[in-house]
Design a protein around this ligand. Structure first.
Ligand code: LR7
Ligand code: MN
Length: 541
Protein backbone atom coordinates (compact mmCIF):
# COMPACT_ATOMS: atom_id res chain seq x y z
CA UNK A 1 0.00 0.00 0.00
CA UNK A 2 1.33 3.31 -0.95
CA UNK A 3 -1.38 3.95 -3.48
CA UNK A 4 -2.82 7.09 -2.00
CA UNK A 5 0.44 8.70 -1.22
CA UNK A 6 1.61 11.11 -3.83
CA UNK A 7 4.95 11.48 -2.12
CA UNK A 8 5.75 7.94 -3.13
CA UNK A 9 4.98 8.39 -6.78
CA UNK A 10 8.51 8.44 -8.08
CA UNK A 11 9.52 5.37 -6.15
CA UNK A 12 6.43 3.57 -7.34
CA UNK A 13 7.24 4.57 -10.89
CA UNK A 14 10.63 2.96 -10.48
CA UNK A 15 9.09 -0.13 -8.93
CA UNK A 16 6.53 -0.41 -11.70
CA UNK A 17 9.24 -0.10 -14.30
CA UNK A 18 11.09 -2.99 -12.66
CA UNK A 19 7.93 -5.05 -12.49
CA UNK A 20 6.99 -4.49 -16.09
CA UNK A 21 10.51 -5.32 -17.20
CA UNK A 22 10.31 -8.52 -15.21
CA UNK A 23 6.99 -9.48 -16.71
CA UNK A 24 8.14 -8.58 -20.19
CA UNK A 25 11.23 -10.71 -19.84
CA UNK A 26 9.05 -13.60 -18.73
CA UNK A 27 6.58 -13.32 -21.57
CA UNK A 28 9.35 -12.97 -24.11
CA UNK A 29 10.41 -16.42 -22.96
CA UNK A 30 14.06 -15.61 -22.51
CA UNK A 31 16.20 -18.47 -21.43
CA UNK A 32 15.81 -19.12 -17.75
CA UNK A 33 18.69 -18.10 -15.59
CA UNK A 34 19.88 -15.63 -18.18
CA UNK A 35 17.29 -13.00 -17.54
CA UNK A 36 18.91 -9.86 -16.27
CA UNK A 37 15.86 -7.91 -15.37
CA UNK A 38 17.11 -4.62 -14.17
CA UNK A 39 20.20 -4.01 -16.23
CA UNK A 40 19.77 -4.44 -19.94
CA UNK A 41 23.17 -2.97 -20.53
CA UNK A 42 24.91 -5.59 -18.49
CA UNK A 43 26.01 -8.95 -19.79
CA UNK A 44 23.69 -11.90 -19.27
CA UNK A 45 23.86 -13.41 -15.79
CA UNK A 46 25.60 -16.62 -16.65
CA UNK A 47 28.70 -16.10 -18.69
CA UNK A 48 30.36 -19.01 -20.46
CA UNK A 49 32.50 -20.21 -17.61
CA UNK A 50 29.54 -20.12 -15.26
CA UNK A 51 27.40 -22.04 -17.69
CA UNK A 52 30.11 -24.65 -17.81
CA UNK A 53 30.10 -24.87 -14.04
CA UNK A 54 26.45 -25.74 -14.27
CA UNK A 55 27.17 -29.13 -15.82
CA UNK A 56 25.61 -31.94 -13.76
CA UNK A 57 28.61 -34.23 -14.29
CA UNK A 58 30.96 -32.34 -12.05
CA UNK A 59 29.08 -33.58 -9.01
CA UNK A 60 28.91 -30.21 -7.38
CA UNK A 61 25.37 -29.55 -8.46
CA UNK A 62 22.05 -30.92 -7.46
CA UNK A 63 18.53 -30.28 -8.50
CA UNK A 64 16.33 -27.66 -6.98
CA UNK A 65 14.08 -29.16 -4.33
CA UNK A 66 11.24 -31.03 -5.97
CA UNK A 67 9.62 -33.01 -3.22
CA UNK A 68 7.21 -30.88 -1.31
CA UNK A 69 5.30 -32.20 1.67
CA UNK A 70 2.48 -29.80 1.00
CA UNK A 71 1.90 -31.04 -2.54
CA UNK A 72 -0.15 -33.82 -1.00
CA UNK A 73 -1.97 -31.94 1.71
CA UNK A 74 -3.27 -33.68 4.81
CA UNK A 75 -6.75 -32.42 4.02
CA UNK A 76 -7.15 -32.02 0.25
CA UNK A 77 -10.69 -30.73 0.70
CA UNK A 78 -9.75 -27.93 3.08
CA UNK A 79 -10.43 -24.44 1.71
CA UNK A 80 -7.65 -22.71 -0.20
CA UNK A 81 -5.73 -25.84 -1.15
CA UNK A 82 -3.60 -25.37 -4.25
CA UNK A 83 -4.22 -21.64 -3.99
CA UNK A 84 -7.85 -21.98 -5.06
CA UNK A 85 -9.86 -18.87 -4.27
CA UNK A 86 -11.96 -19.28 -1.17
CA UNK A 87 -15.57 -18.28 -1.00
CA UNK A 88 -17.09 -16.74 2.12
CA UNK A 89 -19.81 -19.06 3.43
CA UNK A 90 -23.33 -17.68 3.47
CA UNK A 91 -24.22 -15.79 6.60
CA UNK A 92 -20.59 -15.10 7.44
CA UNK A 93 -20.35 -11.73 5.66
CA UNK A 94 -20.72 -9.76 8.91
CA UNK A 95 -17.95 -11.73 10.53
CA UNK A 96 -15.71 -11.20 7.51
CA UNK A 97 -16.31 -7.49 7.74
CA UNK A 98 -15.71 -7.38 11.47
CA UNK A 99 -12.44 -9.26 11.26
CA UNK A 100 -11.11 -7.50 8.16
CA UNK A 101 -9.50 -4.72 10.17
CA UNK A 102 -7.39 -7.15 12.17
CA UNK A 103 -5.06 -7.26 9.19
CA UNK A 104 -6.73 -5.20 6.45
CA UNK A 105 -7.39 -8.33 4.45
CA UNK A 106 -9.81 -11.25 4.72
CA UNK A 107 -8.66 -12.56 8.08
CA UNK A 108 -11.74 -14.72 8.44
CA UNK A 109 -10.87 -16.72 5.32
CA UNK A 110 -7.21 -16.88 6.16
CA UNK A 111 -8.13 -18.61 9.41
CA UNK A 112 -10.12 -21.22 7.48
CA UNK A 113 -7.18 -22.11 5.26
CA UNK A 114 -4.67 -24.65 6.65
CA UNK A 115 -1.40 -23.05 7.76
CA UNK A 116 0.46 -25.56 5.61
CA UNK A 117 -1.83 -25.55 2.59
CA UNK A 118 -0.63 -26.74 -0.79
CA UNK A 119 -0.15 -24.13 -3.46
CA UNK A 120 0.30 -24.50 -7.15
CA UNK A 121 3.82 -24.64 -8.55
CA UNK A 122 3.78 -21.35 -10.44
CA UNK A 123 7.36 -21.50 -11.70
CA UNK A 124 7.98 -21.19 -15.42
CA UNK A 125 8.79 -24.40 -17.25
CA UNK A 126 12.33 -25.61 -16.71
CA UNK A 127 12.80 -24.32 -13.18
CA UNK A 128 12.44 -27.75 -11.61
CA UNK A 129 15.28 -29.07 -13.82
CA UNK A 130 17.70 -26.30 -12.90
CA UNK A 131 20.81 -27.20 -11.01
CA UNK A 132 22.37 -25.35 -8.12
CA UNK A 133 25.65 -25.83 -6.29
CA UNK A 134 25.90 -28.34 -3.47
CA UNK A 135 27.82 -25.94 -1.29
CA UNK A 136 25.43 -23.02 -1.30
CA UNK A 137 25.76 -20.59 1.61
CA UNK A 138 23.29 -20.91 4.47
CA UNK A 139 20.74 -18.23 5.10
CA UNK A 140 19.04 -16.59 8.04
CA UNK A 141 15.43 -15.80 7.29
CA UNK A 142 14.52 -12.48 8.88
CA UNK A 143 10.82 -11.91 9.26
CA UNK A 144 9.76 -8.88 11.25
CA UNK A 145 6.18 -8.27 12.23
CA UNK A 146 3.95 -6.03 14.23
CA UNK A 147 0.55 -7.41 15.25
CA UNK A 148 0.52 -9.86 12.37
CA UNK A 149 -2.53 -12.10 12.02
CA UNK A 150 -1.89 -15.49 13.64
CA UNK A 151 -2.76 -17.68 10.66
CA UNK A 152 -0.75 -15.67 8.13
CA UNK A 153 2.30 -15.51 10.37
CA UNK A 154 2.16 -19.26 10.86
CA UNK A 155 1.57 -19.90 7.18
CA UNK A 156 4.65 -17.79 6.35
CA UNK A 157 6.84 -19.82 8.70
CA UNK A 158 5.41 -23.16 7.57
CA UNK A 159 5.96 -22.28 3.93
CA UNK A 160 9.64 -21.56 4.60
CA UNK A 161 10.11 -24.76 6.58
CA UNK A 162 8.19 -26.95 4.13
CA UNK A 163 9.62 -25.61 0.93
CA UNK A 164 13.29 -24.97 1.68
CA UNK A 165 16.10 -27.54 1.86
CA UNK A 166 16.71 -27.79 5.63
CA UNK A 167 20.48 -27.58 5.36
CA UNK A 168 20.24 -24.13 3.77
CA UNK A 169 18.17 -22.62 6.57
CA UNK A 170 20.45 -21.63 9.41
CA UNK A 171 17.58 -20.10 11.36
CA UNK A 172 14.32 -18.26 11.06
CA UNK A 173 14.45 -15.05 13.07
CA UNK A 174 11.02 -13.73 13.93
CA UNK A 175 11.51 -10.14 15.01
CA UNK A 176 8.52 -8.97 17.04
CA UNK A 177 8.37 -5.21 16.57
CA UNK A 178 6.66 -4.60 19.91
CA UNK A 179 3.34 -6.21 19.05
CA UNK A 180 0.40 -5.61 21.34
CA UNK A 181 -1.64 -8.75 20.63
CA UNK A 182 -1.64 -11.38 23.38
CA UNK A 183 -1.61 -14.32 20.99
CA UNK A 184 1.77 -13.15 19.71
CA UNK A 185 3.27 -13.55 23.16
CA UNK A 186 2.98 -16.87 25.02
CA UNK A 187 1.14 -18.75 22.26
CA UNK A 188 3.74 -17.91 19.68
CA UNK A 189 6.65 -19.06 21.85
CA UNK A 190 4.83 -22.27 22.58
CA UNK A 191 3.89 -22.92 18.96
CA UNK A 192 7.35 -22.20 17.60
CA UNK A 193 9.10 -24.32 20.22
CA UNK A 194 8.34 -27.34 18.00
CA UNK A 195 10.72 -25.85 15.39
CA UNK A 196 14.30 -25.70 16.71
CA UNK A 197 15.35 -23.33 13.91
CA UNK A 198 12.83 -20.66 14.76
CA UNK A 199 14.05 -17.93 17.13
CA UNK A 200 11.87 -15.11 18.36
CA UNK A 201 13.48 -11.77 18.99
CA UNK A 202 11.32 -9.36 20.98
CA UNK A 203 11.99 -5.66 20.60
CA UNK A 204 11.45 -3.56 23.71
CA UNK A 205 9.93 -0.68 21.78
CA UNK A 206 8.50 -0.11 18.34
CA UNK A 207 11.42 0.06 15.88
CA UNK A 208 9.57 0.21 12.60
CA UNK A 209 10.25 -2.41 9.94
CA UNK A 210 13.57 -0.92 8.87
CA UNK A 211 15.28 -0.89 12.25
CA UNK A 212 13.50 -4.13 13.19
CA UNK A 213 15.11 -5.83 10.19
CA UNK A 214 18.46 -4.37 11.25
CA UNK A 215 18.00 -5.81 14.73
CA UNK A 216 17.42 -9.19 13.08
CA UNK A 217 20.48 -8.77 10.86
CA UNK A 218 22.64 -8.08 13.93
CA UNK A 219 21.65 -11.42 15.45
CA UNK A 220 21.78 -13.47 12.25
CA UNK A 221 24.38 -16.24 12.05
CA UNK A 222 23.79 -17.45 8.47
CA UNK A 223 25.99 -16.39 5.52
CA UNK A 224 23.13 -14.75 3.65
CA UNK A 225 20.26 -12.65 4.95
CA UNK A 226 16.86 -13.36 3.45
CA UNK A 227 14.21 -10.81 4.34
CA UNK A 228 10.55 -11.72 4.13
CA UNK A 229 7.27 -10.11 5.20
CA UNK A 230 5.19 -11.92 7.79
CA UNK A 231 2.28 -12.67 5.42
CA UNK A 232 3.95 -14.56 2.60
CA UNK A 233 3.93 -18.05 1.15
CA UNK A 234 7.14 -19.34 -0.31
CA UNK A 235 6.66 -21.66 -3.23
CA UNK A 236 8.52 -24.85 -4.01
CA UNK A 237 12.16 -24.30 -4.93
CA UNK A 238 12.02 -20.61 -4.00
CA UNK A 239 15.24 -20.46 -2.01
CA UNK A 240 17.89 -22.31 -4.00
CA UNK A 241 17.96 -20.00 -7.03
CA UNK A 242 18.21 -16.95 -4.74
CA UNK A 243 21.18 -18.38 -2.86
CA UNK A 244 22.75 -19.60 -6.12
CA UNK A 245 22.81 -16.02 -7.41
CA UNK A 246 24.38 -14.70 -4.23
CA UNK A 247 26.87 -17.56 -4.28
CA UNK A 248 27.92 -16.85 -7.87
CA UNK A 249 28.35 -13.17 -7.14
CA UNK A 250 28.44 -11.93 -3.58
CA UNK A 251 27.45 -8.43 -4.60
CA UNK A 252 24.24 -9.63 -6.08
CA UNK A 253 20.96 -9.03 -4.34
CA UNK A 254 18.46 -11.66 -5.43
CA UNK A 255 14.71 -11.11 -5.33
CA UNK A 256 11.94 -13.63 -5.84
CA UNK A 257 9.06 -12.87 -8.12
CA UNK A 258 6.39 -11.65 -5.77
CA UNK A 259 2.96 -13.03 -6.50
CA UNK A 260 -0.22 -11.44 -5.36
CA UNK A 261 -2.18 -13.20 -2.68
CA UNK A 262 -5.49 -11.47 -3.12
CA UNK A 263 -6.60 -9.66 0.03
CA UNK A 264 -10.19 -10.76 -0.60
CA UNK A 265 -10.07 -14.39 -1.73
CA UNK A 266 -6.35 -15.24 -1.26
CA UNK A 267 -5.74 -16.05 -4.98
CA UNK A 268 -2.23 -15.97 -6.68
CA UNK A 269 -1.63 -14.38 -10.10
CA UNK A 270 1.81 -12.84 -10.91
CA UNK A 271 3.47 -9.60 -9.89
CA UNK A 272 6.91 -8.46 -8.57
CA UNK A 273 8.30 -6.34 -5.67
CA UNK A 274 10.72 -6.34 -2.69
CA UNK A 275 11.66 -9.47 -0.69
CA UNK A 276 15.32 -10.44 -1.08
CA UNK A 277 18.46 -12.38 -0.24
CA UNK A 278 21.74 -10.56 0.33
CA UNK A 279 25.18 -11.70 1.43
CA UNK A 280 25.41 -10.74 5.10
CA UNK A 281 28.91 -9.27 4.96
CA UNK A 282 28.00 -7.36 1.83
CA UNK A 283 24.91 -5.97 3.57
CA UNK A 284 27.11 -4.61 6.34
CA UNK A 285 29.75 -3.35 3.89
CA UNK A 286 26.99 -1.34 2.29
CA UNK A 287 26.19 0.19 5.66
CA UNK A 288 22.93 -1.81 5.95
CA UNK A 289 19.84 0.33 5.59
CA UNK A 290 20.16 3.94 6.54
CA UNK A 291 19.24 3.49 10.22
CA UNK A 292 17.79 7.00 10.18
CA UNK A 293 14.80 5.80 8.18
CA UNK A 294 11.64 5.56 10.25
CA UNK A 295 8.96 2.86 10.53
CA UNK A 296 8.04 2.05 6.92
CA UNK A 297 8.81 3.11 3.40
CA UNK A 298 11.71 4.21 1.22
CA UNK A 299 14.25 1.69 2.52
CA UNK A 300 13.86 -0.47 -0.59
CA UNK A 301 14.71 2.56 -2.74
CA UNK A 302 17.67 3.36 -0.55
CA UNK A 303 19.11 -0.14 -0.70
CA UNK A 304 18.45 -0.43 -4.43
CA UNK A 305 20.24 2.81 -5.28
CA UNK A 306 23.08 1.90 -2.96
CA UNK A 307 23.52 -1.57 -4.44
CA UNK A 308 23.51 -0.42 -8.06
CA UNK A 309 25.45 2.81 -7.63
CA UNK A 310 28.10 1.22 -5.41
CA UNK A 311 29.04 -1.74 -7.58
CA UNK A 312 26.40 -4.39 -6.91
CA UNK A 313 23.44 -5.74 -8.81
CA UNK A 314 19.84 -6.62 -8.20
CA UNK A 315 18.25 -9.50 -9.98
CA UNK A 316 14.71 -10.78 -9.99
CA UNK A 317 14.94 -14.56 -10.23
CA UNK A 318 11.99 -15.96 -12.21
CA UNK A 319 12.26 -19.45 -10.73
CA UNK A 320 11.90 -18.16 -7.19
CA UNK A 321 8.26 -17.46 -6.33
CA UNK A 322 6.92 -16.01 -3.13
CA UNK A 323 3.32 -15.02 -2.55
CA UNK A 324 2.55 -11.86 -0.59
CA UNK A 325 -0.76 -10.52 0.68
CA UNK A 326 -1.20 -7.06 -0.79
CA UNK A 327 -3.34 -4.81 1.36
CA UNK A 328 -4.83 -1.45 0.73
CA UNK A 329 -3.66 0.05 3.98
CA UNK A 330 -1.24 -0.67 6.79
CA UNK A 331 -3.05 -2.64 9.50
CA UNK A 332 -0.93 -1.09 12.26
CA UNK A 333 -0.62 2.48 13.42
CA UNK A 334 2.31 4.74 12.70
CA UNK A 335 4.01 6.46 15.66
CA UNK A 336 3.81 9.65 13.59
CA UNK A 337 1.74 10.63 10.58
CA UNK A 338 2.13 8.00 7.84
CA UNK A 339 2.43 10.43 4.94
CA UNK A 340 5.00 12.54 6.75
CA UNK A 341 6.99 9.45 7.73
CA UNK A 342 7.21 8.17 4.17
CA UNK A 343 7.88 11.61 2.77
CA UNK A 344 10.68 12.17 5.25
CA UNK A 345 12.21 8.76 4.48
CA UNK A 346 12.09 9.39 0.74
CA UNK A 347 13.48 12.88 1.37
CA UNK A 348 16.48 11.35 3.16
CA UNK A 349 17.02 8.94 0.28
CA UNK A 350 16.69 11.73 -2.30
CA UNK A 351 19.12 14.00 -0.45
CA UNK A 352 21.79 11.31 -0.25
CA UNK A 353 21.40 9.51 -3.59
CA UNK A 354 19.55 11.50 -6.21
CA UNK A 355 22.06 14.30 -6.90
CA UNK A 356 20.59 16.95 -9.21
CA UNK A 357 17.60 14.69 -9.83
CA UNK A 358 16.31 15.24 -6.34
CA UNK A 359 14.47 18.24 -7.74
CA UNK A 360 12.36 15.77 -9.66
CA UNK A 361 11.42 14.16 -6.39
CA UNK A 362 10.47 17.44 -4.79
CA UNK A 363 8.81 18.56 -7.98
CA UNK A 364 6.28 15.78 -8.16
CA UNK A 365 4.82 16.15 -4.67
CA UNK A 366 2.12 18.50 -3.62
CA UNK A 367 4.42 21.17 -2.28
CA UNK A 368 4.88 24.21 -4.41
CA UNK A 369 8.14 24.98 -2.73
CA UNK A 370 9.78 22.44 -0.50
CA UNK A 371 8.62 23.18 2.98
CA UNK A 372 11.97 22.75 4.62
CA UNK A 373 11.24 19.04 5.12
CA UNK A 374 13.36 18.02 8.12
CA UNK A 375 15.09 14.84 7.04
CA UNK A 376 17.56 14.71 9.93
CA UNK A 377 21.33 14.47 9.85
CA UNK A 378 22.77 13.01 6.66
CA UNK A 379 26.51 13.33 7.33
CA UNK A 380 27.08 9.62 7.88
CA UNK A 381 25.08 8.59 4.82
CA UNK A 382 26.91 11.02 2.57
CA UNK A 383 30.27 9.92 3.93
CA UNK A 384 29.31 6.33 3.31
CA UNK A 385 28.53 7.15 -0.30
CA UNK A 386 31.99 8.71 -0.64
CA UNK A 387 33.74 5.87 1.13
CA UNK A 388 32.09 3.28 -1.10
CA UNK A 389 33.03 5.38 -4.17
CA UNK A 390 29.52 5.10 -5.52
CA UNK A 391 28.57 6.29 -8.98
CA UNK A 392 26.21 9.16 -9.76
CA UNK A 393 22.46 8.95 -10.04
CA UNK A 394 22.87 10.03 -13.66
CA UNK A 395 24.95 6.89 -14.22
CA UNK A 396 22.23 4.85 -12.53
CA UNK A 397 19.53 6.25 -14.79
CA UNK A 398 21.58 5.77 -17.93
CA UNK A 399 22.91 2.32 -17.17
CA UNK A 400 20.49 0.59 -14.87
CA UNK A 401 17.25 2.08 -16.10
CA UNK A 402 17.85 3.05 -19.71
CA UNK A 403 14.20 2.26 -20.41
CA UNK A 404 12.83 4.36 -17.63
CA UNK A 405 10.96 7.15 -19.29
CA UNK A 406 10.92 9.82 -16.64
CA UNK A 407 7.64 11.58 -17.25
CA UNK A 408 9.32 14.90 -17.81
CA UNK A 409 6.27 16.43 -19.46
CA UNK A 410 3.03 16.20 -17.51
CA UNK A 411 0.81 18.16 -19.85
CA UNK A 412 1.17 19.84 -23.22
CA UNK A 413 -0.49 21.69 -26.09
CA UNK A 414 -2.61 24.82 -25.91
CA UNK A 415 -3.33 26.23 -22.47
CA UNK A 416 -6.97 27.17 -22.39
CA UNK A 417 -8.92 29.28 -19.92
CA UNK A 418 -11.88 27.09 -19.00
CA UNK A 419 -14.41 29.90 -18.46
CA UNK A 420 -13.37 32.14 -21.35
CA UNK A 421 -12.48 29.47 -23.88
CA UNK A 422 -9.41 31.48 -24.86
CA UNK A 423 -5.75 30.44 -25.07
CA UNK A 424 -2.44 31.80 -23.88
CA UNK A 425 -0.23 33.05 -26.69
CA UNK A 426 3.31 34.38 -26.75
CA UNK A 427 3.90 38.00 -27.76
CA UNK A 428 7.54 39.04 -27.68
CA UNK A 429 8.61 38.71 -24.05
CA UNK A 430 5.14 38.45 -22.60
CA UNK A 431 2.01 36.32 -22.86
CA UNK A 432 -1.54 37.37 -23.74
CA UNK A 433 -4.95 35.77 -24.12
CA UNK A 434 -6.26 35.12 -27.65
CA UNK A 435 -8.61 32.95 -29.65
CA UNK A 436 -7.35 29.40 -29.56
CA UNK A 437 -5.43 28.11 -32.57
CA UNK A 438 -4.03 24.64 -32.04
CA UNK A 439 -1.82 24.98 -35.11
CA UNK A 440 -0.06 28.10 -33.83
CA UNK A 441 3.41 27.52 -32.45
CA UNK A 442 2.92 30.56 -30.24
CA UNK A 443 0.23 28.76 -28.25
CA UNK A 444 2.17 25.57 -27.49
CA UNK A 445 3.28 24.89 -23.93
CA UNK A 446 4.67 22.02 -21.91
CA UNK A 447 3.98 21.64 -18.21
CA UNK A 448 6.93 19.71 -16.76
CA UNK A 449 7.65 17.59 -13.70
CA UNK A 450 9.53 20.48 -12.24
CA UNK A 451 6.36 22.50 -12.66
CA UNK A 452 7.61 24.86 -15.28
CA UNK A 453 5.25 26.12 -17.99
CA UNK A 454 7.64 26.01 -20.90
CA UNK A 455 7.52 27.49 -24.34
CA UNK A 456 10.78 26.20 -25.79
CA UNK A 457 13.52 27.52 -23.53
CA UNK A 458 11.20 30.14 -22.10
CA UNK A 459 9.10 29.87 -19.00
CA UNK A 460 5.97 31.69 -17.91
CA UNK A 461 6.41 33.62 -14.67
CA UNK A 462 4.82 36.62 -13.00
CA UNK A 463 6.69 39.92 -12.66
CA UNK A 464 7.41 39.96 -8.91
CA UNK A 465 5.78 43.27 -8.02
CA UNK A 466 2.82 43.88 -10.29
CA UNK A 467 1.73 40.30 -11.03
CA UNK A 468 1.73 40.73 -14.81
CA UNK A 469 3.01 37.80 -16.84
CA UNK A 470 6.31 37.64 -18.68
CA UNK A 471 8.71 35.14 -20.18
CA UNK A 472 11.80 34.20 -18.28
CA UNK A 473 14.65 31.95 -19.39
CA UNK A 474 13.87 28.50 -17.94
CA UNK A 475 16.02 27.26 -15.09
CA UNK A 476 15.19 23.97 -13.35
CA UNK A 477 16.62 25.22 -10.09
CA UNK A 478 14.71 28.50 -10.03
CA UNK A 479 11.80 27.92 -7.70
CA UNK A 480 10.38 31.29 -8.72
CA UNK A 481 9.26 29.77 -12.04
CA UNK A 482 7.19 26.91 -10.63
CA UNK A 483 3.44 26.57 -10.91
CA UNK A 484 1.28 24.00 -9.18
CA UNK A 485 -1.25 22.56 -11.56
CA UNK A 486 -3.36 19.46 -11.09
CA UNK A 487 -6.21 18.22 -13.22
CA UNK A 488 -7.34 16.09 -10.28
CA UNK A 489 -6.32 16.15 -6.65
CA UNK A 490 -7.53 14.49 -3.51
CA UNK A 491 -5.47 16.89 -1.47
CA UNK A 492 -6.56 20.28 -2.75
CA UNK A 493 -9.74 19.64 -4.73
CA UNK A 494 -10.59 23.32 -4.50
CA UNK A 495 -7.50 24.17 -6.53
CA UNK A 496 -8.02 21.67 -9.33
CA UNK A 497 -7.27 23.25 -12.73
CA UNK A 498 -5.77 26.33 -11.14
CA UNK A 499 -2.27 27.46 -11.97
CA UNK A 500 -0.96 28.28 -8.53
CA UNK A 501 2.10 30.36 -7.90
CA UNK A 502 3.83 31.29 -4.64
CA UNK A 503 3.74 29.38 -1.37
CA UNK A 504 1.29 28.21 1.25
CA UNK A 505 1.24 31.59 2.94
CA UNK A 506 0.32 33.46 -0.17
CA UNK A 507 -1.31 31.46 -2.91
CA UNK A 508 -1.58 33.35 -6.18
CA UNK A 509 -3.46 32.07 -9.19
CA UNK A 510 -3.19 32.83 -12.86
CA UNK A 511 -6.21 34.77 -14.04
CA UNK A 512 -7.31 35.80 -17.53
CA UNK A 513 -9.04 38.98 -18.58
CA UNK A 514 -10.36 38.72 -22.10
CA UNK A 515 -11.50 42.31 -22.60
CA UNK A 516 -7.95 43.41 -21.89
CA UNK A 517 -6.45 40.24 -23.40
CA UNK A 518 -4.17 40.21 -20.40
CA UNK A 519 -2.98 37.71 -17.83
CA UNK A 520 -1.98 38.28 -14.24
CA UNK A 521 -1.66 36.49 -10.91
CA UNK A 522 -4.15 37.35 -8.17
CA UNK A 523 -5.16 35.78 -4.84
CA UNK A 524 -6.60 32.34 -5.50
CA UNK A 525 -10.35 32.12 -5.36
CA UNK A 526 -11.91 28.72 -6.10
CA UNK A 527 -15.16 30.48 -6.98
CA UNK A 528 -13.59 32.48 -9.82
CA UNK A 529 -14.06 30.56 -13.09
CA UNK A 530 -11.51 32.71 -14.94
CA UNK A 531 -8.78 31.19 -12.76
CA UNK A 532 -9.32 27.71 -14.17
CA UNK A 533 -6.99 26.42 -16.90
CA UNK A 534 -6.63 23.27 -18.92
CA UNK A 535 -3.87 21.93 -21.11
CA UNK A 536 -4.80 20.16 -24.30
CA UNK A 537 -3.13 16.86 -23.20
CA UNK A 538 -2.41 15.32 -19.82
CA UNK A 539 0.01 12.45 -19.21
CA UNK A 540 -0.80 11.67 -15.58
CA UNK A 541 -3.43 12.15 -12.84
O1 LR7 B 1 6.47 -0.75 12.07
C1 LR7 B 1 6.44 -1.80 11.43
N1 LR7 B 1 7.07 -2.90 11.95
C2 LR7 B 1 7.08 -4.11 11.29
O2 LR7 B 1 7.67 -5.07 11.79
C3 LR7 B 1 5.81 -1.92 10.19
C4 LR7 B 1 5.82 -3.13 9.53
N2 LR7 B 1 6.41 -4.21 10.08
C5 LR7 B 1 6.44 -5.50 9.39
C6 LR7 B 1 5.09 -5.98 8.92
O3 LR7 B 1 4.43 -6.73 9.90
C7 LR7 B 1 5.45 -6.77 7.67
O4 LR7 B 1 5.81 -8.08 7.97
O5 LR7 B 1 7.21 -5.28 8.20
C8 LR7 B 1 6.69 -6.05 7.13
C9 LR7 B 1 6.38 -5.15 5.92
O6 LR7 B 1 5.30 -4.30 6.22
P1 LR7 B 1 3.96 -4.31 5.34
O7 LR7 B 1 3.62 -5.68 4.97
O8 LR7 B 1 2.93 -3.52 6.04
O9 LR7 B 1 4.43 -3.48 4.10
P2 LR7 B 1 4.12 -3.73 2.52
O10 LR7 B 1 3.73 -5.11 2.22
O11 LR7 B 1 3.25 -2.63 2.09
O12 LR7 B 1 5.60 -3.57 2.05
C10 LR7 B 1 6.13 -2.77 0.99
O13 LR7 B 1 6.62 -1.52 1.44
C11 LR7 B 1 7.59 -1.59 2.47
C12 LR7 B 1 7.99 -0.17 2.71
O14 LR7 B 1 8.88 -0.01 3.74
C13 LR7 B 1 8.78 -2.45 2.08
O15 LR7 B 1 9.57 -1.82 1.09
C14 LR7 B 1 8.32 -3.79 1.53
O16 LR7 B 1 9.44 -4.43 0.96
C15 LR7 B 1 7.29 -3.56 0.44
N3 LR7 B 1 6.80 -4.81 -0.08
C16 LR7 B 1 6.97 -5.08 -1.43
O17 LR7 B 1 7.72 -4.47 -2.15
C17 LR7 B 1 6.11 -6.17 -1.96
C18 LR7 B 1 5.32 -5.54 -3.04
C19 LR7 B 1 4.39 -4.46 -2.47
C20 LR7 B 1 4.36 -3.24 -3.31
C21 LR7 B 1 4.34 -2.24 -4.00
MN1 MN C 1 3.59 -6.89 3.25
Amino acid sequence: GMKNNEASFSSLALQRAAVSQANQALTEGQELGKINLTAKTRPAQLNQSQTKALSPEDGRMHRVLRIDATLSPRDPKAPGQFGRPVVVPHGKEKEVERRWKEGNFNVYLSDLIPVDRAIEDTRPAGCAEQLVHNNLPTTSIIMCFVDEVWSTLLRSVHSVLNRSPPHLIKEILLVDDFSTKDYLKDNLDKYMSQFPKVRILRLKERHGLIRARLAGAQKATGDVLTFLDSHVECNIGWLEPLLERVYLSRKKVACPVIEVINDKDMRCPVMAGGLFSIDKNYFFELGTYDPGLDVWGGENMELSFKVWMCGGEIEIVPCSRVGHIFRNDNPYSFPKDRMKTVERNLGRVAEVWLDEYKELFYGHGNHLIDQGLDVGNLTQQRELRKKLKCKSFKWYLENVFPDLKAPIVRASGVLINVALGKCISIRNTTAILEDCDGSSQLQQFNYTWLRLIKHGAWCLAPVPDNGALRLHLCDNRNKGLRWLHKSTSVFRPELVNHLVFGNYHQLLCLEGDFTQKTLKVAPCDPAKPDQKWKFENYYED
